[in-house]
Design a protein around this ligand. Structure first.
Ligand SMILES: [Zn+2]
Ligand SMILES: [Zn+2]
Length: 124
């Protein structure tokens, strides 16, 4: 299997997954269908895809890095019970950059907002 084919499999598996899988999650999904894709190949592809801005790596959450194919501005909600990560529209904090720049005088180049709590299923 050639390199671009492996990369395509990694990207497609990520796109078909709305729950922001970790590299380990992706590996178990991919290896069941394509046993010839090694873990090293997967990690290398994930690194290259996120460096290129094609996918987004969600880090700094006391948990293994999760991957996101949606690189448009949006926030994340982490369920503290089941550990799933959901997308939250950036509309919820529309003026956060403008307000922060106004309050501090800093220039904001990027920002991330992570909400934590219980998802709909776990709330019940
Ligand atoms: Zn949950
Ligand atoms: Zn996301």
């Amino acid at each position: 299997m050639n390199y671009s084919r492996q990369r395509e499999i990694v990207l497609q598996t990520l796109k078909n997954n709305v729950v922001h899988p970790t590299a380990e999650d992706l590996y178990s999904m991919i290896s069941s269908e394509y046993p010839e894709v090694s873990k090293a190949t997967l990690y290398r592809n994930l690194g290259q895809l996120s460096d290129a801005g094609i996918i987004k790596k969600i880090e700094g959450l006391d948990i293994p890095a999760h991957f996101d194919h949606n690189t448009h501005l949006h926030y994340h909600f982490i369920c503290e019970k089941c550990g799933k990560i959901f997308d939250v529209s950036s509309n919820v904090a529309e003026s956060v950059v403008r307000k922060t720049e106004f309050e501090t005088g800093f220039k904001v180049t990027s920002h991330e907002i992570v909400f934590k709590g219980l998802c709909k299923d776990c709330k019940e």
